[in-house]
Design a protein around this ligand. Sequence first.
Ligand code: PMV
Length: 330
Amino acid sequence: MTTAKAHTNIALIKYWGKKDQQLIIPQTDSLSLTLNEFYTTTQVVFDPTLTTDQVSINHHRLTPAAAQRTSAFLDLVRQRAGRTEFARVNSINHVPTAAGLASSASAFAALAGAASAAAGMQLNRRELSRLARRGSGSATRSIYGGLVEWHRGHDDHSSYAEPVMEKLDFGLEMLAIMINTKKKKITSRQGMQASVATSPYYASWRQVVANDMQAIKAAIQQRDIPTIGHIAEENALRMHALTLSADPGYSYFNSQTLTAMRAVRALRKRGIKCYYTMDAGPNVKVIYDHRDRERVIAGLSQYFDRSQLIVSAAGPGIQIWDEKTKKVLL
Ligand code: PMV
């Protein structure tokens, strides 16, 4: 039995569109921050007595239909490792309930780590990143800690992530504003497919990302948080313009999302250098220098309940260990 622990990540330069649906080769590069507070631990054991995969998330056993995506991923691992046994998978998401934060990133990174090791494959981090990619695009980046770049590549071999700065030596911090939604979700998979197929701005988006990647990496080298934040905020708005400009148009924002964006801008007017970013859901993440944490929290508390605000520093890369011997495998 093997266990892996992987942290989720939030993109500062977004991945929004696939070139290859099956291999999950993205249209563009992307760059993210791995978060310390939000992670998934997953245990996998291949068991010859099983007649189907048994998957539990947060101690709840999934129906075979709900476990389908996990099973499809396990099929890939079985095929590569030359194994035929079904697996028992126990996964715990350490992400606050209703957070709607990209848990597929930490989930598929942890599954890739635990399943490949349990199947006897000894993958290095780049190989793991490529494998995690097959579960969920954003999982590609969750193999590494800190600031991470996903090179889009052009095939299975060349599309993987790499750290830009794995251990942050400056105070970039993120605060997630938990905004609940009861609305039915458009998955990132559906949403990005619609944008690629129908947004007239998609070609410009590719150019935006190419420019933003260069600029943000330069800003990271300078440890320049306001510039990093500004680029991330503009990039997120341009990504969301691809949802509004699709046919039919859609949006992940709700009224609370707009309130949060306005609140961040109001703080900025008061001289607090903080910036927002949003993914395929209504939650807003705010980035700032950790020295401004209290001022950011105090400012946002005028609009949101304190319990909705969760602070996270940068987090580490994946860890994998043998459950019996506790030997660290990666
Ligand atoms: O790979 P997915 O399905 O989790 O899609 C991720 C999409 C965004 O979170 C909006 C952007 C990103 O790069 O993580």
